[in-house]
Design a protein. Structure first.
Length: 472
């Protein structure tokens, strides 16, 4: 290309040279000795025009040549000063952040899908997609937990583990995305508004009774026993306030023929109603668990004391001494006034843990009850506060579901603690008085709305990452 440009310059000069030569010749003599003047005496010589043109052409040609050279160099990777540096490779921290985000998103999608199933009868393919997505999500959480525990320990293996987390979580979302259209068809074919309004009225009528149940449980077993559901009735009412406004808006949109507005309002109401049900059910379930545990404590206590007595000649004395102290404290609480029977069962089971006893009978049944209670409490809290809960608490809860009773109790309680910490750290940008009065703050905290705009943002829908925002 450079040679072609220089050739062009030479060509221009060559064409101009004859003009320059003819302009410099002497006048041609005519017949009779007269001189023929070819230009007026005061005309400007041709060289005064030609030379600037030649210089201009040469400068333009050289400038063009330089431009071409710069373009060619910029396209070449052998010129460090011109080529933009390649973006840095993702760090292990970047991969971990991506994995956490994927886990939280997949868990939110599965939870939303389960809530939505409560308002419509769907085809088996939709149910199968939700079940399979749950399996994929559980596998992703299992990989993540091993990763958190340091396995595998080599860099390549750890990176591959994170790839597995993202792959499993993405597959869970893909399964739900694939059935979103089918779910919408089933949902639209039924009278979803009537279903949601019916459930709303049922829950609204239950709030007073649930509040009394909670107060009675607190009086009977102490405030410590009911601390895990403190404020749940008020939060349920908050979700129902939000549902009221969205149900009213949905009916108005239906009457006006606004299909999109109808779907947005009704889906938001369904999500709030579903969470109100979880909160109220959590209170009633705990009250029932406390009654059951209270009936089991005396028998568990007697059984543990009898089993330890048979081990005194073979077991390690310090271990038995600790167990004796725990059982004595429980017996004192049992006769001394209000106490937490679930916590009492937990301590009895732990007192005999590792001694070879307590593997069957009332002690084992008590340990299972304690574990179910802890799992339910953690799941309820995470589900109704998922707008603020991170991956670690969710992963611990997933591990707890498949663990033995003692480990399940420990892991679930830790998951609840971490979830509460996440909520405190997250805060709530919709914490104003108006947001609380309308129930908007609770809807955002519960993940019914995505909280990306002043009005709470898009409503989440059944589906994976590609379709959960389709309601706008």
């Amino acid at each position: 290309m450079g040679h072609a440009v220089l050739g062009g310059v030479a060509g221009v000069v060559w064409l101009v040279l004859p003009v320059m030569t003819s302009a410099a010749q002497d006048p041609v003599p005519a017949a009779g000795g007269r001189t023929v003047v070819t230009a007026e005496a005061d005309a400007v010589p041709a060289t005064d025009y030609v030379l600037p043109l030649v210089a201009l052409a040469a400068a333009g040609a050289l400038g063009g040549y330089g431009y071409v050279r710069r373009i060619r160099r910029s396209r070449s990777r052998t010129t460090p000063g011109i080529v933009s540096p390649a973006p840095p490779a993702p760090s292990p921290t970047d991969f971990e952040r991506q994995a956490r985000t994927c886990l939280v998103l997949a868990d939110d999608c599965v939870r939303t899908a389960r809530e939505a199933l409560g308002f419509v009868d769907v085809a088996e393919s939709v149910l199968r997609a939700v079940r399979t997505a749950d399996i994929e999500l559980s596998a992703a959480f299992a990989i993540w937990r091993r990763y958190e525990e340091g396995m595998p320990d080599d860099a390549a293996g750890r990176r591959q583990a994170l790839v597995g987390v993202v792959g499993r979580g993405s597959e869970a979302g893909r399964l739900l995305d694939a059935e979103a259209e089918g779910f919408d068809a089933e949902w639209g074919a039924g009278d979803a508004l009537a279903v949601a309004e019916g459930r709303f009225r049922e829950l609204a009528a239950r709030t007073g009774g649930v509040a009394r149940t909670l107060a009675q449980a607190g009086e009977r077993y102490g405030t410590t026993a009911t601390a895990g559901v403190l404020g749940y009735v008020e939060q349920a009412k908050d979700r129902l306030v939000f549902a009221t406004s969205r149900l009213n808006q949905a009916r108005q949109d239906a009457d006006a023929g606004d299909g999109d507005g109808f779907r947005r309002g009704l889906r938001a109401a369904e999500g709030a109603v579903a969470q109100a049900g979880v909160l109220l059910e959590g209170v009633q379930r705990l009250a029932g668990e406390l009654r059951t545990a209270a009936g089991m404590v005396p028998a568990a206590l007697t059984g543990a004391e009898a089993e330890l007595a048979g081990l005194r000649t073979t077991a390690f004395p310090p271990r038995l001494a600790h167990a004796d102290a725990v059982l004595a404290a429980v017996r004192e609480e049992l006769t001394g006034g209000p106490y937490d029977p679930l916590d009492a069962l937990r301590r009895i089971a732990r007192a005999v843990e590792g001694t070879g006893s307590g593997r069957a009978g009332v002690i084992a049944a008590g340990a299972e009850l304690v574990a179910r209670s802890a799992l339910g409490a953690a799941d309820d809290f995470i589900g109704t506060h998922r707008g603020a809960v991170g991956a670690q608490a969710r992963a611990l809860l997933a591990e707890a579901r498949g663990a033995a009773p003692a480990d399940a109790d420990r892991l679930a309680r830790r998951a609840r603690e971490l979830a509460e910490r996440d909520v405190r750290a997250h805060g709530n940008p919709f914490a104003g008085a108006e947001a609380h009065e309308s129930g908007l703050a609770g809807a955002v905290l519960g993940g019914v709305l995505l909280g990306e705009e002043a009005d709470g943002g898009p409503v989440v829908a059944f589906g994976g990452p590609d379709t959960r925002r389709r309601l706008g």
